[in-house]
Design a protein around this ligand. Sequence first.
Ligand code: SF4
Length: 433
Amino acid sequence: MKNTFNILTLGCKVNQYESEAIEELFINRGFEKQEDKADIYVINTCTVTNMSDRKSRQTISKARKENPNAIIAVMGCYSQVKPDEVKKIEGVDIILGSRNKEDVVSLCQDFLNDKKQISDIISLSETKTIEELQIENQSEMTRAYIKIQDGCNMYCSYCMIPYARGDISSRNMDSIVEEAKKLTDNGFKEIVLTGIHVSSYGKEKALKEKSDLIDVIENVAKVDGVKRIRLSSMEPRHISRDFLERMKKTGKACDHFHLSLQSGSNHILKLMNRKYDPSLYKEKVELIREYFPNAGITTDIIVGFPQETEEDHKDTLEFIKEIGFSKIHVFKYSKRTGTVAATMSGQINGNIKKERSHDILKLEEKIRKDFLQKQVGNTLSVLFETKSDMDGFMSGYSSNYLRVNVKDKVETNQIKDVLITEVKDNELIGKII
Ligand code: SF4
C-alpha cells in the first residue's frame, strides 16, 4: 500500500515552486498525493511578516489536530529563522530549513522507520550552493515558473528574507535550460524566471562560470518550445542598455517589468536601505520605454514606513503620477521583529497608514485605467488561459501583463494577436486578428 502525502504551502512564488518540486520528488519515490487523511503532511512555511509566522504556526497545529497519526514535517523560512519555536509546537516530527527542502522525502522515510523527532536546520552561512530542484510539470496550465536563483544580499531594513534564505546562489545554466525543455515538451509556452532576487543571478563571487540574468534569458529563448519569457521581478539598477537590447533581440521577452519601488521619497528609500533613488528609478523606466514603448511597469509600495512624513508621502504620490504604472501592490508597513526597521523611532500609527494606503490605491485605480485606455487600438499578443468571467468570452494575459477578453473561438494555451477595442471592468476586450 503506497504511503500518501500532502504539501501545504505559505508565501511566495519561490515557495510554491519548491513545493511543486518536492511533490514530484515524493511521487518519483513511490508516494501518492492525497489531500485529506494523508500519512504525511509537509508544511512549507513563510516568515516575511509577523502574520506569516502566526499563519505558519496555525497551519502546523491544524494539520496535527486533523491528522493525529500523520507525520508532520515543517520546512521553509519560518523554521529556518525560528527552529526552537517550531520544536515547541506539539506534534511536529520533522524540522528542516529553507535550503535543504529536498531532504524531506528521505527524512520522512527515516521517521517512518525510527519514529524519532528529526531536526535538520543547516546554517545559512555555510550554504553556498543552491538546491538543484527541478519540475517537469506544473499545476498552472499555461505559465511555468523556473526558480533560477536563491538568497538575497540586499538587506533592506524592513526585510527578513536575507536572514531566512541566506546568501545569493545561482542555478547551473544547463539545468535551467534542461528544465525549460522538459516544461515545453509538456506543452508550456510561457516561462517565468523567478527567484528571491532574480537580478542577483550569477553575482555570487564564488561562481566560476561568469553569467548574468540576460544570459539565462538568451539561453532559455533558444529553446524552441519557449514562446514567451517573463521575469518575476527586477532590480532597477540592473536595467541597462545592453540588457534591454539583448532582451529585445530574443523576440520572446515579455514587455512587463516588475520593479519594486517601495517609496517615491529619497529620505525613506535611504531608511529602507534600498540601493537606488527616485531619479535613477525614473531613468531606468525611461530606458525600458525606449526599447519597449508599451511596457507594463508594475511595482510594490510600502506606506507608513517609520519616520515617513506627509511630505514623503506626497513625494511618493507625485512620483507615481510621473511614472504611470500599470499596476501597484500597496502594503502597509508592518513591523517585523528581527529587522533594523523594527527598532527605528518614529513608527507610524495605523490610521495614518490606512489613510496613506487609501490615497495610493485611489491614485493607482486612476493611472491603471489610463494605461488600460491607452491600449485601445493597440494589437497585443495574448496567451489564452481560461474561460473569462465575462459570459461567452475567453481570457488570457498580454505580454505586457494585462487581462484580455475575446468572444472569438480560441483554445487554452494558444498565443494570438488581439486588436484591443475597449476597456470594461478594468479589463481589456478585443478581437483576434
Ligand atoms: S531585495 Fe530587499 S526586500 Fe527584496 S528580498 Fe532582498 S532584502 Fe528583501
